[in-house]
Design a binder for this molecule. Structure first.
Ligand SMILES: Nc1ncnc2c1ncn2[C@@H]1O[C@H](COP(=O)(O)OP(=O)(O)OP(=O)(O)O)[C@@H](O)[C@H]1O
Length: 579
C-alpha cells in the first residue's frame, strides 16, 4: 500500500493553479474562526456585565458587536467554503481527465485483462478520496489547526492554568485517532476493492442483459450482485463501526475535560478568582476547541481512505502501454492541463500513405501465454491487393489485425507500412492508415449521423450522406423517424446486424484509410444480407490494401492471395495477468 507521503507527492502537482483557492479557503476559514473567538469574548462580557448585574444599558454595545461579528463570520465563511469547494472540484476534474487520458493510452490488452466496473470506480470514487485528502483535506487540516490555535490561545489568555489542565488531555484525543487510523486504512482498502467488484458485476450484468434474459439467468445474476453487495455492505459496516466507535470514545474524553473545567471553575469562583461569565466563556472556547481537535483526528481517517483510493489510481498511472510509441504526446505537466471546459482538440490531419504492408517472418506470443500464436508469418500487399487470411478457429487471424494496429508488437520479425517498421512510427500514424471492420461492429449510443461521422470528425452532412449511399444504407436511414438524427440505442441495438454493418461500412468509407482489415464481416448475417453487403464492401476495398479475415473464402470477391495460418494450440492454459 502506498504511503501518505507518496500520495501527496504524486498528486500534489495537480493542485497547481488551485493553490490560491486553497490558501483563500484557509485564510477565510481562519477569519471566520477569529470572529467566533471575538463573539465568545462578548458573550462573557454580556454574562458578567448585563446578566449578573441586571444592567440592560450595558447590553446594546456588546450585542451589536456580536451581531456584526456573526454577519461578518457568515459572509467570510460562505466565501471560504466556496473557494474550498471550487478548488476541490477543479482538482477532481483535472485528475479524472488525466487518469482517463492515461487509460486511453493503454492498449486494449489492459482492458481485456481487467473489469470495466472496477476501472470506472477508479475514475469516480477513488479520485474523490484523493481530493478529500489533498484539496479539501488540506484546507480542513489548516482550518482546524487554526481553530485549535485560536480557541486554545483564547482559553490560555482567559485562564492559562485552567487551560493547561484541559489541554493536558489533548494527547489522549490524538492517541485515540492514531489507534484508529491503521485499522481504518485496512477497512477503507477493503471497502474500495469491494466497491470496484460490485460495480463490475453491475456493469457486466446490465451490458449483457439480453444474454442474461435469453438464458433465464436473472436469478443467478441477482444472486451474484447480492453476494458482491453483501461484501461491500460488510466492508462499509466494518468502516462504520470504527467511525461510530471513534466518536463516542472521543466524547468520553471530552466529557472528562468539561467536568474538570466545571470542577476547577467552581472552586475558582468560590475563591473569588473567576466570574461566572469568565467560566462560561472558557467553557464555550472548549466547546469549539474539542470538535476542532476531534476533526484533526478524523482527518487521519480521511487520509486512510485517500491512501486506499490513491493506491488504485496510482496502479493505473504506473501502467505503461505495452507498445512503445515514438509519437505519444509528452505527458502534460498537471498545471498546464486545462481546468475550464475545452472543445476536443482539432484532430491533426492524418498522415496517409500508400498502404503497402509487409509481414516479415512475424512471430508473436501473447504476454500471458507460453506458446507462440503466430510464427514465421510472411506476406506483402499493396493498393488493390486482397489478402485472404484463413485458418481454423484460434489460429491467430484476428491477432494479425491486432499486430497491424499496434495493439501489440511482434515478438520476432517485423511489420512494415510503406517500407517503414511500424514500431518506429507513432501508433497514431499507423492507425490513421488502417480501417478495421469487425464481425460485430462497435457503435456508440448516439445518432446514425454521429456514428458515421466518427470515421472523420468534423465532416459535413453531405459527406455523411455520400458515404451512406455508397454503403447502401441511405435508403434505410430515410425510413427512420428522424432520418440521420435517429438515435440507434445502446451500442446500436435498435438496428439489425446487417444495418449496423452497413453503417460501419459508411463510417469506414468516410475514414478513407489506405489499408482495410475485414475481420469476419459476414458472420451472423444470412446469405441474402451477406450478399447485399458484398457490394458496398467491394466499393470500399477498391484501390485499398485489404486483409480479408474469413473462414469462408467463397465470400471474397476477385483475385485474392491466400495466407493460411496453421491451427493454434487451444488446450494451452491462460496464465492470468496479475491485477
Ligand atoms: N488478449 C489475449 N491474451 C491471450 N491470448 C489471446 C488473446 N487474444 C487471443 N488470444 C489467443 O490467441 C489465439 C489466437 O486468437 P485469434 O482471436 O487471433 O484467433 P482467430 O484465428 O481469429 O480465431 P477465430 O477464427 O475463432 O476468430 C487463441 O488461442 C486465443 O485464445
Amino acid at each position: 500500500m502506498v504511503s501518505i507521503r507518496q500520495t501527496v507527492r504524486r498528486f500534489w502537482p495537480y493542485t497547481r493553479g488551485l493553490r490560491k483557492l486553497i490558501v483563500l479557503g484557509v485564510v477565510l476559514a481562519a477569519v471566520a474562526a477569529g470572529c467566533e473567538v471575538a463573539a465568545i469574548a462578548l458573550f462573557g462580557t454580556i454574562t458578567d456585565e448585563v446578566l449578573t448585574r441586571g444592567d440592560l444599558n450595558a447590553f446594546w454595545g456588546p450585542a451589536t458587536g456580536w451581531l456584526a461579528l456573526a454577519v461578518a463570520g457568515a459572509v467570510v465563511s460562505f466565501f471560504g467554503t466556496y473557494a474550498t469547494v471550487l478548488g476541490g472540484e477543479r482538482f477532481l476534474y483535472r485528475l479524472r481527465d488525466r487518469l482517463f487520458r492515461h487509460m486511453q493510452s493503454l492498449t486494449p490488452d489492459y482492458f481485456d485483462n481487467r473489469r470495466l466496473g472496477d476501472q470506472m470506480a477508479r475514475l469516480t470514487t477513488d479520485i474523490e478520496a484523493i481530493e478529500e485528502l489533498l484539496a479539501s483535506g488540506v484546507v480542513r487540516l489548516f482550518t482546524t489547526a487554526v481553530s485549535v490555535v485560536f480557541f486554545a490561545g483564547a482559553a490560555l489568555v482567559l485562564r492559562w492554568d485552567l487551560a493547561l489542565v484541559t489541554l493536558a488531555l489533548v494527547p489522549a484525543f490524538l492517541g485515540v485517532s492514531k489507534l484508529f487510523a491503521g485499522r481504518f486504512r485496512v477497512a477503507a482498502a477493503r471497502e474500495r476493492r469491494a466497491n470496484g467488484e460490485m460495480n463490475s458485476v453491475i456493469e457486466e450484468s446490465l451490458a449483457n442483459q439480453s444474454l442474461v434474459q435469453a438464458y433465464n439467468r436473472q436469478e443467478s445474476e441477482a444472486a451474484r450482485l447480492n453476494r458482491q453487495g453483501r461484501r461491500w455492505m460488510l466492508a462499509n459496516l466494518a468502516q462504520a463501526r470504527l467511525s461510530a466507535l471513534y466518536g463516542p470514545l472521543v466524547q468520553v474524553i471530552e466529557t472528562l475535560c468539561v467536568l474538570v473545567v466545571i470542577g476547577v471553575g467552581a472552586w475558582e469562583i468560590a475563591a473569588g478568582r473567576l466570574t461566572i461569565g469568565g467560566l462560561l466563556a472558557f467553557a464555550a472556547y472548549l466547546a469549539y476547541l474539542y470538535p476542532a481537535v476531534q476533526s484533526l483526528g478524523e482527518l487521519a481517517l480521511t487520509v486512510s481512505e485517500a491512501a486506499a483510493g490513491s493506491d488504485r489510481v496510482m496502479e493505473v498511472l504506473r501502467t505503461s502501454p505495452d507498445v512503445d510509441d515514438p509519437g505519444a504526446p509528452v505527458e502534460a505537466e498537471p498545471h498546464t492541463e486545462p481546468i475550464t471546459a475545452v472543445p476536443p482538440a482539432p484532430a491533426t490531419s492524418p498522415v496517409k500513405g500508400r498502404g503497402e504492408i509487409t509481414f516479415e517472418n512475424v512471430g508473436f506470443t501473447y504476454p500471458n501465454r507460453k506458446r507462440a500464436t503466430l510464427s514465421g508469418l510472411s506476406f506483402a500487399a499493396g493498393p488493390g491487393d486482397i489478402i485472404l487470411c484463413t485458418g481454423p478457429s484460434g489460429a491467430g487471424k484476428s491477432t494479425v489485425a491486432k499486430l497491424l494496429l499496434r495493439f501489440y508488437d511482434a515478438t520476432t520479425g517485423r511489420i512494415t507500412l510503406d517500407g517503414r517498421d511500424i514500431r518506429e512510427l507513432p501508433s497514431r500514424e499507423v492507425r490513421d492508415n488502417i480501417t478495421i471492420l469487425q464481425q460485430e461492429n462497435l457503435l456508440f449510443s448516439g445518432t446514425v449521423r454521429d456514428n458515421i461521422a466518427f470515421g472523420r470528425p468534423g465532416c459535413e452532412l453531405d459527406e455523411i450522406v455520400q458515404a451512406a449511399i455508397l454503403a447502401d444504407v441511405h435508403d434505410f436511414i430515410g425510413t427512420l423517424p428522424q432520418k440521420y438524427d435517429t438515435p440507434i440505442g445502446e451500442r446500436g441495438r435498435l438496428l439489425s446486424g446487417g444495418q449496423r454493418q452497413r453503417i460501419a461500412i459508411a463510417r469506414a468509407i468516410l475514414r478513407d484509410a489506405p489499408v482495410l482489415i475485414l475481420d469476419e464481416p459476414m458472420t451472423g448475417l444470412d446469405a441474402a444480407t451477406a450478399a447485399r453487403i458484398m457490394e458496398p464492401l467491394g466499393r470500399l476495398m477498391a484501390g485499398r490494401t485489404t486483409i480479408f479475415i474469413t473462414h469462408d473464402p467463397r465470400l471474397v470477391p476477385g483475385a485474392a492471395r491466400e495466407v493460411v495460418l496453421p491451427p493454434g494450440v487451444d488446450e494451452e492454459a491462460v496464465v492470468p495477468v496479475p491485477k
